[in-house]
Design a protein around this ligand. Structure first.
Ligand code: GAL
Ligand code: MG
Length: 991
């Protein structure tokens, strides 16, 4: 039994050297078109292969019995073999490199294919991605071995194949030595998960093409082409085609391979102009797209084509709830479409190279890439003990160990060598979270030496130690720093290199709440070239449909695995099916390309600034405006934009006149003016909302006849009776427990004081504090309730204390209620919060309304959920919703559906009977078919059971969300930590 997979000295056996990805074609047209499926020189080997799964490579029989079949590409775990396991940092096997457990599962693959073998041609078998390693057998003979899941492994199989039918067998092991370098935070899947094909090449062929572009003047560029040929006599013809399809030049390679281009169209993500270089020999044609562009750092600023650029990036994994790691170009394009439509301009291929056609698509559609090498190894931080090693050393065990030196360099080289011709790649990344040490110094030096035309990035520089050299890294890369750390970086000039956040605003669950705060700093410091949200999409496994027709998404622990990291993989800007989370709407608008600011002038004038790096405003957007008066549109129209240069601004007069009285808002919506392959014309890029006059907006309520009130008192209640109503106030809870109006009970259960929320993922570190203080089980105790009839109204006063068993008081409330003869209740709460207690999730009252009372109109931040720190994707307005629609269905249930900054909310049944809640200070409201207890208790959305009531919360304030699931603590300004505050609410029955 071969054991290369446990030997750090045999990373690959018989593999071809890594070459720039390109597919040979038989003719010019198909080469230029570049649809590889149409190449007669490619024999695609995807489809159903014979398959056998064995739980242990060591114990597999000599003769494999191919009892089953499996699609290639795919992963075992989605095909009924092995099982899913999600783990983040911890290695799913004992740390004993280079060895793996004896129970190392193996998938044996087999397929036959017919080859018309031609003399004078070579046959190269390519695997674009196999997790974790492969033993290759051709016609029964061992032909090679390779390990590195996310880079190409290619073999010259000419000598093994013959004309006619041939058989390939591949043994794929679940784990290999390389798995120690593939400890990425992901579901751990196995198999041939990317394409497999044979390329037919003439013996004399262009082995490698290397393209470098440089700007040589203000209107001139140079394309340097380096060709490696297998036969010195080969003199290929080079033809350069302009982005518009015209032929610019044609020459023999021997006449020079440095091509001068006058007036070049430069490539940027905003202007992805691509030239095509066609390389022709007698026997084949290959083509490469070329983007002319130049990236460099000058004075601590990242410049593209001489202009500063900022990344509005996301981290993206190859991940799909149904197909796992096996991703088709269509699936990728779907991702790119969602990204483009949300103003994303950059992707970090976390944490490995994607399929080779991925950067090609990014070239075409316009995305910047940080292309990451297939390395992550911080599982070592979980090792037991380790003497007096500090954290940095523990983090860096792998890159400091001699055993891993070669493999780390190999992985970095494979990344660079395969994709070096792709203009979209601005930075090479040495990997992720693998500490720092000589292996990375060496790999980084190699990168800078081999490709000085790009920048070099590595997050692990954070773990550099006193004896480390990080000079080969062009940017300082950090993940999840606090705002304070960023400010210190620039203000204290800690490093002269640009700062990039390779990960920030962890998008897990309801959040992130701090996008806008980071953006302010990105805008403030020229050296801050932006960041990459962690991460693009939720990872989960589609486990079929639920009885109610929901998708059942499984995360860590749902597949019977004992070692797992729960729902930490469900942390994207989109759900697994790519439906954007509200956090993505937030981010989209935070990074909108246009911004408006009201400026003092006659009439309504705004200063519009263009945040694009290359496009003029009128080249991509126009503007639609709405003048909103007390929640209703009073005027609207469209405007073309001026020729505002990138990073420039201009004054724009909006032809509206603010009406007298009340709240007046100006909404400006920016929309695309032309079609992009991924974005239609008229698509909204973002909006601004400017306040022309601030005022509270009141609901429309009928005037009520005054009448006389009767007040009665029992041992536990005050009973207040008016002409149309009968209310019951509990002297024990200090709140109303019944409100019958026009014969209809408006409260289906007693009102409550409320300080709890279903913890959001971003509450994971504060939650133990909250629970320690007993917030989740606080009891209400009212004292000294009194009621009087005064000037025709009933006035109730009461003292209330909230406290949990065995713990001291949390809040003390002095409450006063006035019930007027029309049936309105005005309540005024004077609140004292115990300073010893952690900040509160919220403070307010909770109302239970009859189930059919579920239609709401509110004036506040909407239409999607909004929080103190997550409201930039929403705007102030009058919105309509229902309890069901207002629920944001996070895969792991948590607080959702609140609306910040409300003036009022009216919730009614179909005929209009219900309640209206308002306040003279903006409050947070939440309407849900679920209780916060239910949302707290259930691990999956498909397990949720609706409450028998409609649940309405009106909060003085709800604490923000932040991104503390992995990022810094919630900013103090967004915590409810005031020790004294007052809250008034007015409740009117409606209908
Ligand atoms: C980072 C890591 C990512 C992911 C994230 C948390 O530390 O690089 O791969 O694990 O944290 O979701
Ligand atoms: Mg990690």
């Amino acid at each position: 039994m071969l054991d290369y997979h446990e030997n750090p000295e045999t990373l690959h056996v018989n593999t071809l050297p890594t070459r720039a990805y390109c597919i040979p074609y038989h003719d010019w047209q198909s080469a230029v078109r570049g649809e590889r499926g149409a190449s007669q020189r490619m024999l695609y080997l995807g489809g159903l292969w014979d398959f056998a799964y064995y739980p242990s490579y060591a114990a597999m029989p000599d003769t494999v019995e191919y009892a089953g079949s499996i699609p290639v590409p795919s992963v075992w775990q989605t095909q009924g073999y092995d099982r899913h396991q999600y783990t983040n940092v911890r290695y799913p096997f004992p740390y004993d490199p280079p060895f793996l457990p004896a129970e190392n599962p193996v998938g044996a693959y087999r397929r036959t294919f017919t080859l018309r073998k031609r003399d004078g041609f070579l046959y190269q078998l390519h695997f674009e991605g196999v997790d974790s390693c492969l033993y290759l057998y051709v016609n029964g003979a061992f032909a090679g071995f390779s390990q590195v899941s996310h880079s190409t492994s290619a073999f010259d199989i000419t000598d093994w194949v013959s004309d006619g039918e041939n058989t390939l067998e591949v043994r794929v092991l679940k784990w290999c030595f390389g798995s120690y370098l593939e400890d990425q935070d992901k579901f751990r899947m196995s198999g041939i998960f990317r394409d497999v094909y044979i390329l037919e090449r003439p013996e004399a062929h262009v082995e490698n093409v290397r393209i470098r572009t440089a700007l040589t003047g203000t209107a001139a560029a140079e394309i340097a082409v380096t060709l490696n040929v297998t036969d010195e006599r080969l003199d290929p013809t080079l033809t350069l085609i302009a982005p518009d399809g015209s032929r610019l030049m044609k020459r023999k390679a021997s006449d020079g391979t440095v091509l001068q281009v006058g007036d070049p169209m430069l490539w940027t993500a905003e202007t992805p102009a691509l030239y095509t270089l066609v390389i022709q020999t007698d026997a084949e044609v290959i083509a490469q797209r070329i983007g002319i562009r130049e990236v460099r750092v000058e004075n601590g600023v990242v410049l593209l084509n001489g202009k500063p650029v900022k990344f509005r990036g996301v981290n993206r994994h190859d991940s799909d709830p149904v197909t796992g790691y096996a991703i088709s170009p269509e699936q990728l394009v779907r991702d790119l479409r969602v990204m483009k439509r949300h103003n994303i301009n950059a992707i970090r291929t976390s944490h490995y190279p994607n399929a080779p056609w991925m950067p090609e698509l990014c070239d075409r559609y316009g995305f910047y890439l940080i292309s990451e090498s297939d390395i992550e190894a911080h599982g070592t931080v979980m090792l037991y003990g380790c003497g007096d090693m500090n954290l940095k050393q523990k983090f860096s065990i792998v890159p400091r160990s001699p055993m891993f030196q070669e493999a780390i360099l190999d992985r970095v080289q494979r990344n660079v060598l395969r994709d070096e011709n792709r203009p979209c790649i601005l930075l090479w990344s040495l990997g992720n979270e693998a500490g720092f040490g000589p292996a990375f110094e060496k790999a980084g030096r190699w990168v800078k030496d081999y490709d000085p035309t790009r920048l070099c990035h590595y997050e692990g520089m954070f773990y550099a130690q006193e004896d480390s050299d990080t000079s080969m890294l062009d940017v300082v890369s950090r993940m999840y720093p606090s705002l304070r750390e960023i400010t210190a970086y620039f203000e204290e000039k800690q490093d002269s290199r640009p700062l990039v956040l390779c990960e920030y605003i962890h998008a897990m669950g309801n959040g992130p709440g701090d996008a806008q705060e980071y953006q302010k700093l990105i805008d403030r410091y020229p050296g801050f070239c932006g960041g990459f949200v962690w991460e693009f999409c939720d990872h989960a496994v589609d486990a079929g449909g639920s009885a109610e027709g929901k998708r059942k998404y499984h995360y860590g622990g749902d597949s019977g695995e004992t070692l797992h990291d729960g729902n930490f993989c469900v942390d994207g800007l989109t759900y697994p099916n790519r439906r954007p989370h509200t956090g993505f709407l937030e981010y989209k608008n935070v990074v909108r390309p246009l911004r408006a600011r009201l400026i003092p002038a006659d009439g309504v004038t705004v200063e519009l600034s263009n945040r694009m790096d290359f496009l003029y405003a009128d080249e991509y957007a126009d503007l639609r405006y709405e003048l909103v008066h007390n929640g209703r549109i009073a005027a609207e129209g469209k405007l073309a934009l001026a020729h505002i240069p990138p990073h420039g601004s201009a004054e724009v007069r909006i032809p509206v006149v603010a009406p007298d009285g009340g709240a007046v808002l100006l909404n400006l919506f920016y929309r695309t003016v032309s079609e992009h392959p991924l974005v239609p014309a008229g698509h909204e890029l973002g909006f601004d909302q400017l306040t022309l006059r601030e005022a509270r907006v009141a609901p429309e309520l009928p005037e009520r006849q005054a009448g006389t009130l009767i007040l009665e008192e029992t041992e536990t209640q005050f009973l207040i009776q008016g002409e149309r109503f009968a209310y019951r106030f509990s002297k024990l809870s200090g709140l109303f427990e019944g409100m019958v109006f026009d014969g209809r009970e408006r409260l289906s259960a007693p009102m409550e004081y409320n300080i709890w929320r279903a913890p959001a993922d971003n509450d994971r570190y504060i939650r133990p504090e909250w629970e320690g203080a007993g917030f989740h089980e606080a009891q209400t105790r009212a004292n000294g309730a009194s009621a009087v009839l005064k000037s025709g109204a009933v006035i109730i006063a009461v003292h209330v204390v909230l406290a949990a068993v065995y713990r001291q008081w949390i809040v003390k409330i002095g409450a006063e209620f006035t019930v007027d003869p029309g049936g309105a209740i005005a309540m005024r709460l004077t609140v004292e919060k115990n300073a010893d207690m952690p900040f509160l999730p919220r403070f307010g009252v909770r109302l239970f309304l009859p189930k059919d009372c579920c239609r709401a109109a509110y004036y506040g931040f909407g239409p999607t959920e909004s929080y103190a720190d997550k409201r930039h994707g929403t705007r102030l307005g009058l919105f309509h919703t229902t309890a069901a629609e207002n629920h944001e269905d996070y895969i792991k249930p948590q607080e959702n559906g609140s609306h910040h900054g409300c003036d009022f909310v009216t919730v009614t049944e179909a005929r209009g009977a219900g309640l209206c809640v308002r306040s003279d200070t903006p409050f947070s409201m939440n309407l849900s078919p679920y209780t916060q207890e239910e949302l707290t208790a259930k691990p999956h959305n498909y397990e949720l059971v609706q409450s028998e009531h409609t649940v309405l919360c009106a909060d003085y304030w709800q604490s923000g969300l932040g991104s503390n699931s992995c990022g810094p603590e919630l900013l103090p300004g967004y915590r409810l930590s005031e020790t004294r505050f007052a809250f008034s609410l007015r409740i009117d029955p409606t209908g």
